[in-house]
Write a protein that binds this ligand. Structure first.
Ligand code: DHE
Length: 521
């Protein structure tokens, strides 16, 4: 073939390849925009679903990512795309999400501060409710995911008092101030809102992260700690107006950074406790007025390199090495034992007083949903029970021996388990599968299912919260045309239906602020 002909063929081939790769790149971007952006954000920063950036996908192999896109992910809202997209398109999407974006998003203290909004000065808001109820501590907040609203409910009359708009996609439990007057919400995209329940007004808001897990409020009501997936950080805020105080860059001594699984307040310890998803450590951050100094493990800058003593840094961190990554965790009522589980279903117990793992083979098959473990007394011993996101199984574990004493078989994997000190029953939902409309009621003294309710056939029945006295149980019908259904917690008979738009969690002021053993903290 003459040289010129070869050259022109090569040019044509190159051109064709270039066009193909441009089209290919366009296709991937379009597939992403059409199918993924609504949950994962158009810039892959996360929303209802996690951020899809290489840093956030560190623990997910590409092969698994292909499987997740093709078949969906159990226990999340991730649907299956195998029928909609070809195998090649799915593989291209995987390559796309593992490729760093042209500009990595940064969300440091300057950006956080710039997002700060004061809606109303707390000092100008009267400390008196603008509505009348018999018991301010028996109110509930109900998060309605359907149209991103929150309803304030009178827990005595079971009547809505007020309904207000929330940020997009709130997730996790809102946290009350100890008086119950204020509440703090976190949205999946990092917005933290402080709301004055007495005045039915927003106080302040701030965007503490790009993809946030949850928040915790200190037991003394002075601080809010926010746990983020993106960036890999914990952010300490002043609870009075959400001003940022400190940003913790979450990394280990080798410089590896990590997403934060979640953060909780440990009231008797005057500390926040966070578990990490990509580093095998648990962090305890003290907000004590008199922070522990010199105690083994607390990291302080109280001595300079030259040995000169300086004031200890406030909010020191204690880093505890653990045996595995902790995706999910909860505590005993004393906040001494941290019970952690990895996504692969390996459980461990960390003694927070001595700062090390004491049990490595805790029998938690599958994965609990965070904060869903509850405790009660069974035959004179404390037990912990948790549903499972992968299996129709409620594990009941003796908290003295840390051995499973029973696996209660349920009609499918469940998200939430709840009880109350004054009720003999624990309620657990069946969130997934053909029995998603079922709610099991378990007798806490026999560990047997005594009743299975099906309040609205075909519609998901989920998440229970009790009134302050434990006499009524409120259940969510997780549907745009849904409701909160009130049950008599003793007779298990329905008492009332309150229509709501996809109600998810419900939060009783008394039970939450008193850290009831039957609910999440
Ligand atoms: Fe949740 C609590 C993590 C999926 C509804 N969920 C929590 C908490 C964490 C968590 C860290 C505790 C925060 C707190 O209360 O301070 N959730 C996760 C996941 O890792 C998981 C499995 C995957 C994900 O999407 O992040 C997940 N969660 C869901 C859902 O799909 C649910 C059903 C609907 C939604 O809102 O996205 C859901 N999670 C909830 C609710 C709570 C919660 C309603 C608070 C329950 C409570 O009573 O405290």
């Amino acid at each position: 073939m003459p040289y010129k002909e070869i050259l022109s063929k090569a040019v044509l081939l190159g051109l064709a390849l270039a066009i193909t790769s441009v089209t290919f790149a366009d296709d991937v971007a379009k597939h992403y925009k059409d199918n993924c952006a609504v949950c994962h954000n158009e810039h892959r920063l996360g929303g209802i679903g996690p951020a899809l950036l290489p840093g956030n996908l560190k623990r997910l192999r590409k092969k698994t990512a292909v499987d997740v896109i093709s078949n969906g992910r159990a226990a999340t809202q991730m649907p299956a795309f195998a029928e909609k997209l070809s195998e090649t398109d799915i593989k291209a999407l995987v390559e796309y999400i593992y490729t760093p974006p042209e500009e990595m998003p940064v969300w440091g203290l300057d950006k956080i501060s710039a997002s700060h909004i004061i809606h109303n000065h707390e000092s100008e808001l009267p400390n008196k409710p603008v509505f009348k109820v018999d018991d301010l501590l028996n109110m509930f907040l109900v998060v309605e995911l359907g149209d991103h609203h929150v309803t304030l409910l009178d827990g005595d009359r079971m009547e809505p008092i007020h309904r207000f708009k929330s940020r997009f996609a709130l997730h996790g439990g809102p946290k009350y101030s100890s008086s119950g007057r204020f509440v703090y919400f976190a949205s999946r995209d990092g917005w933290i809102s402080k709301y004055d329940i007495y005045n039915l007004k927003l106080v302040a808001e701030i965007r503490a992260g790009i993809n946030t897990r949850n928040l915790a409020v200190s037991a003394d009501g002075r601080y809010v700690m926010v746990a983020n997936y993106l960036p890999h950080s914990l952010v300490l805020l002043d609870a009075s107006d959400l001003r940022p105080i400190k940003l913790y860059d979450v990394r280990d001594s080798n410089g590896n950074t990590s997403r934060v699984s979640a953060v909780y307040t440990a009231p008797p310890r005057n500390s926040f406790i966070a578990a990490l998803k990509d580093i095998q450590e648990v962090w305890e951050i003290s907000y004590d007025n008199d922070p522990p100094i010199g105690f083994d493990g607390w990291v302080h800058d109280y001595r300079t390199d030259s040995g000169e003593n300086v004031e200890p840094e406030p909010f020191p961190v204690r880093k505890i090495k653990v045996n595995d990554y902790i995706d999910d965790f909860f505590f005993d009522q004393e906040y001494v034992s941290l019970i952690g589980a990895s996504r692969e279903g390996k459980g461990q117990v960390v003694d927070m007083d001595i700062g090390r793992v004491i049990v490595t083979d805790l029998e938690l098959p599958g994965m609990p949903h965070l904060g869903s473990g509850i405790t009660w007394e069974y035959k004179g011993r404390p037990v912990l029970a948790t549903p499972n996101l992968k299996k129709g199984d409620v594990s009941v574990i003796d908290m003295e021996t840390w051995k499973a004493i029973k696996h209660i078989e349920t009609l499918g994997p469940g998200f939430f388990m709840r009880s109350h000190e004054n009720t003999p029953y624990a309620w657990v939902d069946v969130f997934f599968g053909p029995n998603k409309d079922a709610m099991h009621v378990i007798d806490k003294s026999t560990l047997e299912i005594v009743k299975t309710l099906r309040p609205v056939p075909g519609k998901t029945a989920a998440h229970i919260e009790f009134t302050r006295d434990g006499k009524y149980a409120l259940l969510s019908i997780w549907d745009p045309d849904g409701a909160v259904i009130v049950y008599d917690a003793a007779t298990l008979e329905e008492v009332k239906r309150i229509p709501m738009n996809k109600p998810s969690g419900k939060y009783n002021v008394y039970n939450k602020t008193r850290y009831s053993a039957g609910t999440s903290h």
